[in-house]
Design a protein around this ligand. Structure first.
Ligand code: SF4
Length: 113
């Protein structure tokens, strides 16, 4: 969850092995490690959280997301199925054909027209 909204959900293995939302990735990257080779030197997320009483329009994470594009500030991404096992994310990068430059052009299994 980020600012009161679910941004990703699904089976633990799916979310753990292939987090789709940048906030989920940042949370997982922030986990401390006792392995010196896996210690992070750079914070996985920058900036301060916005005021939850007056959250930003569009994707609530767009003010801190390194992948934010103009559409992220204009419209709120909906939780979208990433597979048939219940893995979902609310990020335009995960929504086929959303218009985000990193989004897949077509959903899995969809034929090119
Ligand atoms: S919708 Fe945009 S701002 Fe929100 S997490 Fe995805 S890329 Fe980042």
């Amino acid at each position: 969850m980020y600012l009161g909204e679910v941004v990703e959900l699904g089976p633990v293995d799916a979310v753990w092995d292939a987090p789709a939302h940048p906030y989920t990735r940042a949370l997982l990257a922030a986990m401390p490690s006792s392995d010196p080779d896996r210690r992070t030197e750079v914070p996985p997320i920058s900036g301060d959280p916005p005021n939850p009483i007056d959250p930003p329009a569009g994707c609530r994470f767009h003010t801190r997301c390194p992948f934010a594009e103009p559409l992220c500030a204009n419209d709120t991404p909906k939780l979208t199925d990433l597979d048939t096992m219940g893995h979902q994310a609310a990020c335009y990068m995960a929504i086929a054909g959303s218009g985000h430059s990193r989004a897949p052009a077509k959903a899995k299994g969809e034929n090119a027209a």
